[in-house]
Design a protein around this ligand. Sequence first.
Ligand SMILES: Cc1cc2nc3c(=O)[nH]c(=O)nc-3n(C[C@H](O)[C@H](O)[C@H](O)COP(=O)(O)OP(=O)(O)OC[C@H]3O[C@@H](n4cnc5c(N)ncnc54)[C@H](O)[C@@H]3O)c2cc1C
Length: 412
Amino acid sequence: MVEELPDVVDVLVIGAGQSGLASAHRLLQRGFAPAIDPVAGPAAGSPGGSPTGPAIDRVAGPADGPAADPATRPGRADLRRRAPSSGRTFLVLDAEDGPGGAWRHRWPTLTMATVNGIHDLPGAALPDPDPAEPARQTLPRYFGEYERSFGLPVLRPVRVLSVQRHDDDPHGLLDVATTRGTLQARAVMSATGTWSRPFWPVVPGKESFAGVQLHTHDYPGPGPFRGRRVAVVGGGISGVGHVREIAEVAEVFWYTRTPPRWTDEPFDVRAGLGVERRVEERVEAGLRPLPVVAETGLYRSPALQRDIDSGVLARRPMFTEILPYGVREQSGEVTEVDVILWATGFRHELRHLTPLGVRTRQGGVYVRGTSVVGEPRLHLVGYGPAASTIGATRAARRAVAQIVGYLDGAGR
Ligand SMILES: Cc1cc2nc3c(=O)[nH]c(=O)nc-3n(C[C@H](O)[C@H](O)[C@H](O)COP(=O)(O)OP(=O)(O)OC[C@H]3O[C@@H](n4cnc5c(N)ncnc54)[C@H](O)[C@@H]3O)c2cc1C
């Protein structure tokens, strides 16, 4: 049975990744009621994921440890803290076919041992993950169990096409068009991540390349590159990971615009908060958020240092031109390659918000915290400083608190 959209909801959450689920959980805690009967969701798991994993621990887990951020730490009282129903409703719409957000699509060789640290969803710890299991199996399974366990009203696959003001009333309804019809919302939490917006830089000659070009978004793991000559572009965590993997089976050339900023400090919660503050200043100025490594640098683990020393991670300055069978180095020499893999990052998915006119000329959105300046009905969760599994939960709490304040003030 295809579930119908309700006509009106108090809060619409767009996206059911870490940010959307943390938002939904917080709404439940604040007494919002599901706008639809939460159905037993589709079998959990990614493409190939197993529907039968360990049950999630709804009350405690590793995030209770000393490193956990107190603002996001789940506790035994978590479920009991849920407020009595406020008479307000909420709904989550997600474009995916199943749970997991962007984790459904990460490359198969990104395992729970090689991810960059996954923070628990609020109120339910990720059971001890198998380090060898691909994240694209573990996390969709965890998310699916989370949705079912908390009875979250997630409707999918439904893509939100646009959000616009119904009329000039600043406390009026927002009209939402989706692939399953229309609905109205008093407030919207946009938690749409970045995965659907891979960024491809413009480089002269790109169209002329006779080999294969692909983006991290479609990276299949190193297997298909065996024996080829591969250019990897990008100095972020993904780029470094691709170079190291592909170097096992192929000849790799690594290009970055600026020299990598290595750091000997492992990324920890305290460092993370510092980075969040710096990125926050940037996005509050309406600028496009920068990737995290632009702020943190790349942690030079012992394994990474070995690959630097052995020449696997030998960075070349970005090439100046793409030719049919290779790339032109800054020296003018040509390096022949069969494949160009663009590990050049992602932009935030904001296209559905275009009718609201909230984008700045610099490619950002003016926000204060999660709230969009001039449009208190709209919050961005998982945007800018909150684009991490730890930031998402904090952003969700902050956004829901402000939305409750807004609805109270608007007499709803
Ligand atoms: C390659 C890569 C690796 C990363 N590794 C880590 C890591 O190890 N640790 C970490 O903390 N962070 C990591 N991050 C950052 C990571 O993306 C976030 O931590 C987190 O997964 C983002 O969650 P999210 O809910 O904001 O977005 P997503 O997981 O992308 O979820 C967004 C959801 O919104 C849906 N959606 C999008 N547009 C629409 C629409 N118009 N209508 C309806 N639904 C829509 C999508 O289908 C998706 O389900 C990584 C990012 C990348 C790109």
